[in-house]
Design a protein around this ligand. Structure first.
Ligand code: CU
Length: 639
């Protein structure tokens, strides 16, 4: 990794160390942000007493190329007018006409619904558009006198301004509904492998284990300051966990939620010891191998004799002593016959033995399966007292694999429950693939919903909280159900060449002649890496050249800084000139370099507006793109 990575990590570390910035920012912005216009676009009554209503929030004026974190209060007609329970939330981002933009053009990078009174971050969604669906009988408490703030980040991948609306569909049980009194209050717990307003970490290609996977935080020894565990939260009261879904970015494979309880060990029924058939199998297998090798030897000897016999027969007419040769032939024939008889008899012994061997092997297999099935019903306790609660796996619909937003997460199903007690610790980790590319600015987040015992008691005929499975006794369903299917807006994959290269964004830069280099720095403006952008025609697009040991410096234009248009230089595999889409280009350069999201310091930027390519690069042509605006492509050459 070049110099960029080190600076990147330092600046980001400093930024994320500012704890509490999230709430501070919300409180400040609540005062100054104007309330956005909103409307109800759809409403319908559901059989369980809930009303399904789609609210619209906006318009949101999306500026060219923006990747901006904003806070907006959700007030008035853009949320329910009466108290009640929220049981489901489904997000979207739409144009004025209700159509959904392609994610290759603009993405709902994240939206976090925040209750300003309780501090709850009660719903979050990202590009994967996860739906929150609380289990039957549970709801998130809604009060009209509690303020809501949406923390959103809209990522415009294009140089075009847009007018968009947030849409979110609530299932809501109002106070007036007969079902209202029987709903149990569900509360969110925000689990995050990082912290702060922009809780990201970088995943580098080939990092982590030999399995091509990187798990955060444990695969990064410097993930947290000593003694700090950002990914762990302690449960304060007895209660029941109700459900969770993970959030990862492109390249992410899963999040995993665990529980730790001091001194706890597996406490469920034990599986009977597996019966071992090794003592029976060993001699049978040895015998079998012995028979096979004897048969092979006899066959080999027969073949040899057959060759000798043939040789003698061929040379018979030239021999003086024909009688002697004929005697030799008959001797060989006799020996061959005897051999064949022996083969047949060993074969019979082999078959008898094999029948016994097969029988014992079948018994052994059955016993292994029985044992595995029994153990599969038991929770796995590892690292002392840690028990696995849920694997929120990312299911990629993208035919090219885990390299785009064409995916959905696995969620816990409706009857997933986990009994928790005060002092229990929840722990989260997330796993990314590291064979295909690097994945800068990655996340690993779960919102876990739970109910407290004392609030479960608030409803008539409450369920017995103690009936929820103790995860040290009963294995919970760690697999869950897919949150949603493939979404149409995620089909613009890119990476195409087209007929005669019609879809290429520029020529193959490795084949272009050397360009001029006057010393720099190069200015990035109008979505062009001026001086190093191979999409430009003629001499302008030729890769600039320096000698080994030297580097190029790039800086943001004042216009981009003033208008908050952030860029990166991210290495991509040469020629990196195919069409732009959600899975092309990706950060897969043969030699990895990464500037970070250049900008003056507020999240999501890294805090510098000028960056130099690593001076450790060997001879060759290097290609790069902008992770924020993947249509931007550049190249330079080292000689
Ligand atoms: Cu850019």
């Amino acid at each position: 990794m070049g110099t960029g990575r080190t600076e990147n990590a330092i600046f980001r570390g400093r930024m994320l160390a500012v704890a509490g910035i999230f709430f501070a920012a919300i409180l400040t912005l609540m005062g100054i942000a104007s309330s956005a216009r909103a409307e109800v676009v759809y409403t319908e009554a559901l059989p369980d007493g809930a009303q399904r209503t789609t609210y619209r929030l906006g318009p949101v004026e999306v500026t060219p190329g923006q990747n901006r974190i904003a806070f907006r209060p959700i007030t008035g007609a853009s949320r329910p007018a009466v108290n009640g329970w929220i049981t489901r939330i489904k997000p979207d981002l739409v144009y004025a006409d209700g159509s959904i933009p392609d994610s290759s053009k603009v993405m709902f990078h994240h939206g976090v619904w925040n209750n300003a009174q309780t501090g709850d971050l009660f719903y979050a969604t990202g590009e994967e558009k996860t739906i929150l669906d609380l289990p039957d009988g549970y709801g998130y408490r809604y009060r009209t006198n509690e303020g809501w703030v949406l923390n959103d980040m809209i990522h415009n991948l294009t140089p075009q301004a847009m007018e968009l609306y947030f849409e979110y569909t609530l299932d809501f049980i109002p106070e007036s509904a007969p079902e209202y009194g029987s709903i149990i209050r569900a509360r969110p717990i925000w689990m995050d492998v990082q912290s702060g307003i922009y809780p990201v970490f970088d995943v580098w290609r080939d990092s982590g284990g030999a399995d091509g996977e990187f798990t955060y935080p444990q695969d990064d020894p410097n993930a947290y300051p000593p003694g700090v565990q950002k990914n762990v939260k302690t449960i304060g009261q007895a209660g029941v966990l109700l459900g969770t879904t993970g959030h990862v970015h492109t390249g992410g494979l899963s999040t995993n939620l665990y529980l730790r309880r001091d001194g706890a060990i597996y406490a469920g029924p034990t599986c009977p010891d597996r019966i071992s058939f090794a003592d029976e199998l060993k001699p049978l297998r040895k015998k079998h191998a012995g028979f096979v090798s004897r048969i092979n030897k006899l066959k080999k000897s027969n073949k040899q004799m057959a060759r000798t016999q043939k040789k003698i027969s061929r040379s018979l007419k030239n021999r003086k002593n024909k009688a002697k040769a004929k005697r030799q032939i008959s001797k060989i024939k006799r020996k061959k016959k005897a051999n064949s008889k022996r083969i047949a008899s060993v074969n019979r012994l082999k078959a008898t033995n094999k029948t016994r061997l097969d029988k014992v092997e079948a018994k052994d297999q059955t016993e292994r399966e029985r044992d595995a099935a029994c153990r599969a019903t038991q929770p796995r306790v590892d690292n002392g007292n840690r028990v696995h609660l849920f694997n929120s796996e990312a299911k990629y619909f993208d035919p090219r694999g885990p390299i785009s937003w064409d995916m959905a997460m696995y969620s816990t199903d409706n009857d997933w429950r986990v009994r928790v007690q005060p002092g229990d610790k929840l722990e989260l980790q997330t796993t990314y693939e590291t064979e295909r590319a690097s994945w800068p600015e990655s996340m690993g987040i779960n919102i876990v919903y739970w109910a407290r015992d004392n609030e479960i008691d608030d409803v008539p005929n409450p369920p017995n909280p103690a009936s929820a499975p103790n995860p040290y006794v009963t294995k919970v369903d760690t697999r869950g159900v897919l949150n949603h299917g493939h979404l149409k807006e995620n089909e613009d994959y890119g990476g195409e060449t087209g007929k005669n290269g019609s879809k290429l964004v520029g020529p193959d830069p490795t084949k272009l002649p050397d360009g001029q280099f006057g010393g720099g720095p190069f200015t990035i403006s109008d979505y062009v890496y001026n001086g190093a952008d191979f999409r430009l025609p003629g001499a302008l697009g030729r890769p600039p050249v320096v000698n080994e040991g030297q580097s190029f410096t790039f800086k943001l234009s004042d216009y981009d800084i003033d208008n908050e248009v952030w860029h990166s230089l991210t290495s991509c595999k040469t020629p990196c000139n195919k069409s732009t889409g959600i899975s092309y280009p990706i950060p897969d350069g043969e030699f990895q370099f990464e500037s970070g999201q250049m900008g003056p310091g507020l999240a999501p930027t890294v805090g510098y507006t000028e960056w130099s390519t690593p001076n450790t690069l060997k001879k060759g042509t290097y290609t790069f793109f902008c992770r924020i605006h993947p249509l931007m492509r550049g190249a330079f050459r080292i000689k």
